[in-house]
Design a protein around this ligand. Structure first.
Ligand SMILES: [Zn+2]
Length: 308
């Protein structure tokens, strides 16, 4: 009896850790579903669910875009998919290697998990460190989560799956290897973290803000009807691109001007954030991180110029 009690307790405890995610797919276009995360930071409370995952129910089966922050999330995502279709999951596409987008991979270990070659390399190099960090921040929801590398590599081009021509774009602005996906049947653009909307962008792996701005131009010119950002709400207008461009340009010039003025890091991370970004969540938090990621480069450019 006692063992049965212990079994039941541990069963329900593990179930509650999994069930806490409460993922509800929202239909956003023909055959297309969004599982929207919060625009907050990682926390014990949200189990790392700060990310947008999505899936397309094609004639041949389901294509999943990003697997979320943990094994448990991946399992709940898979159950959520099964709640809207009987079709099997046949393909996973990863937009980039960051932990909130790929640590649900284990729940999809029976299907091809595709990513850009650069994404696989970055996950190989940084995955364990990122997962450890997630355990520290998110805690119990991470239980059992391990890095599972992509099993299939994709390149820029067209991937036709079950009546959905998916145009794959190989870009670099957010991490050096960023996959964006335009479904040419529905016009849905899965932008990954190249587009943050109403949530401050994160810069730990960016090759530079100029590269990111160029990617924003590339994406905006595509024939999209609906934008699914990596973080933040859906949009049918240009506003996410307008906001990204405004924010990236502000960051770039603010960091350059601070370097020109000879400010040190401690001064820069306290700099004023323009009032027009008040509705964007986590601006101060991400600015502090960005200064540590990027400010040394701006200082270096400045020093070189003085040396000339
Ligand atoms: Zn990211």
């Amino acid at each position: 009896m006692r063992y049965l009690f212990i079994f039941c307790c541990s069963f329900f405890l593990s179930l509650s850790a999994v069930a806490d995610y409460q993922l509800t797919p929202k239909k956003i276009a023909e055959n297309t579903w969004l599982v929207e995360g919060s625009t907050d930071n990682f926390s014990l409370h949200n189990g790392g669910n700060i990310v947008n995952a999505a899936f397309i129910v094609t004639d041949h089966g389901v294509v999943v875009v990003d697997t979320g922050p943990s094994f448990a999330y991946g399992k709940v995502l898979r159950a959520a998919i099964a709640s809207v279709t009987d079709k099997p999951v046949i393909q996973v596409l990863l937009t980039h290697h960051h932990p909130d987008h790929v640590l649900g991979n284990q729940a999809f270990d029976d299907v091809p998990i595709a990513a850009l070659a650069g994404t696989k390399k970055l996950l190989q190099e940084q995955g364990n460190y990122m997962a450890e960090n997630m355990y520290r921040v998110v805690g119990d929801a991470m239980r059992g989560t391990e890095v599972l590398l992509p099993t299939q590599l994709v390149e820029e081009g067209l991937m036709e799956i079950g009546g959905h021509p998916l145009r794959l774009l190989s870009l670099t602005g957010h991490t050096g290897a960023d996959l964006a996906i335009l479904d040419e049947r529905t016009g849905v653009l899965f932008a990954g973290d190249l587009v943050f909307y109403q949530r401050a962008l994160a810069t730990p792996n960016t090759p530079g803000l100029a590269a990111w701005l160029a990617d924003i131009d590339t994406l905006e010119k595509l024939p999209w009807k609906l934008i699914v950002p990596g973080h933040g709400p859906l949009a049918t207008d240009h506003q996410p691109f307008v906001q990204m461009r405004d924010y990236l340009n502000w960051l770039d010039s603010a960091l350059r001007e601070a370097a020109q003025a000879g400010q040190d890091m401690n001064q820069v991370l306290r700099m004023p954030i323009p009032e027009r970004f008040a509705g964007v969540s986590l601006t101060r938090y991400e600015l502090i991180r960005t200064v540590s990621h990027l400010y040394p480069r701006y200082e270096q450019q400045q020093w070189q110029r003085l040396d000339q």
